[in-house]
Design a protein around this ligand. Structure first.
Ligand code: ATP
Length: 363
């Protein structure tokens, strides 16, 4: 087995009795795009700062390329960093901002120029070396910040919400660019974000963090299609959060009462009859059609309702369906379903495994 590019072993950090990072272990391989995803306060930034050497863990160890760097300062770890607010020096030109880490390393001027030219072409900013930060757009500033993170050819790039200050269009463009940089450089990117869509778009693997712990680590598709905890399902999942009561179990399928509607759901292993259940139903796995068009399929949930609204989202649209119990479901389906009209009756149907069921928690 090759040495992981980054290894965390039982890493812990406590601030004034707050356990910001709680016994986290992880291996990240060469060339992975790995995201740390979690809500505000879950410990992502603290963990990234521990990897960078900006924070010392109370317990546990950090290895980069097999070397124990836990007690080493940031500048000898072979890492680059990119932050949300760019942190460019306003009175320095782009070239000087980018080569700042090389000056710290006292690299000869000719080598600095070589590295600068290489990285400016990587981020497609050739010709911008003599500008000042205030003469750049938000996207260009972020490219300069990325160039500075990469100019010393680090073994790992650490990124803390680097796209959070960009508008949506620019963010989409930079997501494509991030993937290109990562594939071209073939070094691990460790990417902190609270944005599920961004993590799912960018990463090969990811960890969902909650209260300083990893709730689940794995390939993004695995986390999305097979969440192991209620938190992961609700954080990654869909707008359809259904809470009901488990009635009984029929051959590994639970029957749930959802405000008067009977639903077939996958059976949470730790639930008994009478338990409150949270069922997270993926909106892209629900079918919507005029009533009576679909042949009955055994075990499928089929409900009638009324179409309240359709929101056009490009190739897909969101269909909002009010059911007989007054609750609403969101269905994501093809945009060109001309037979569906607002305020008309519709039928929605899905298989139990189109969602994930867990014991409810109080929220
Ligand atoms: P965000 O997305 O809001 O940046 P995060 O997931 O990155 O959140 P952290 O910034 O790592 O979370 O914070 C984790 C916990 O540790 C929080 O409860 C935070 O208040 C606490 N914390 C972080 N840094 C410090 C510090 N220097 N002193 C005291 N508490 C801290």
């Amino acid at each position: 087995m090759p040495e992981p590019a980054l290894k965390l072993d039982q890493v812990e950090k406590t601030f004034d009795r707050i356990r910001a990072v709680d016994k986290v272990s992880l291996d990240v391989g060469q060339g992975e795009f790995f995201s740390l995803l979690g809500p505000s306060g879950s410990g992502k930034t603290t963990l990234l700062r521990i990897i960078a050497g900006l924070e010392t863990p109370g317990n546990g160890s950090v290895y980069i390329g097999g070397r124990d760097v836990t007690r080493l300062p940031p500048y000898v770890r072979g890492i680059g960093m990119v932050f949300q607010d760019f942190l460019l020096l306003p009175h320095k030109m782009v070239a000087d901002n980018i080569t700042f880490p090389l000056k710290m390393q006292r690299l000869p001027r000719s080598r600095q120029k070589e590295q600068l030219d290489w990285v400016l072409s990587l981020v497609r900013m050739e010709g911008y070396g003599n500008r000042y930060p205030h003469q750049l757009s938000g996207g260009q500033k972020q490219r300069v910040a990325l160039a500075r993170g990469l100019v010393a050819r680090p073994d790992i790039l650490l990124l803390d919400e680097p796209l959070a200050n960009l508008d949506l269009e620019l963010r989409k463009e930079m997501e494509v660019e991030m993937r290109r940089f990562q594939a071209e450089l073939d070094i691990p990117f460790i990417y902190v974000t609270h944005n599920q869509e961004e993590a799912l778009t960018l990463s090969s693997r990811m960890a969902v963090m909650h209260n300083g712990k990893f709730e689940q680590v794995g390939a993004k598709l695995e986390l999305y299609s097979n969440p192991q905890t209620r938190f992961v399902a609700s954080f990654l999942g869909s707008p359809n959060h259904i809470r009901g009561k488990l009635k009984h179990v029929d051959s590994n399928i639970g029957r749930m009462d959802w405000k008067g509607i009977d639903l077939a759901i996958p059976m949470p292993s730790d639930a008994n009859g009478g338990a409150e259940i949270d069922y997270f139903l993926k909106h892209e796995k629900i079918h919507v059609q005029p009533p009576g068009q679909q042949e009955p399929v055994q075990g499928m949930n089929r409900l009638v309702g009324k179409l309240r609204d359709i929101i056009f989202k490009g190739q897909h649209s969101d269909y909002f369906v009010i059911l007989e119990n007054g609750e609403e479901l969101v269905v994501s389906a093809a945009t060109d379903l001309p037979e569906l009209k607002i305020r008309q009756p519709v039928e929605v149907s899905w298989l139990p495994e189109a969602g994930d069921a867990f014991l409810a928690q109080g929220d």
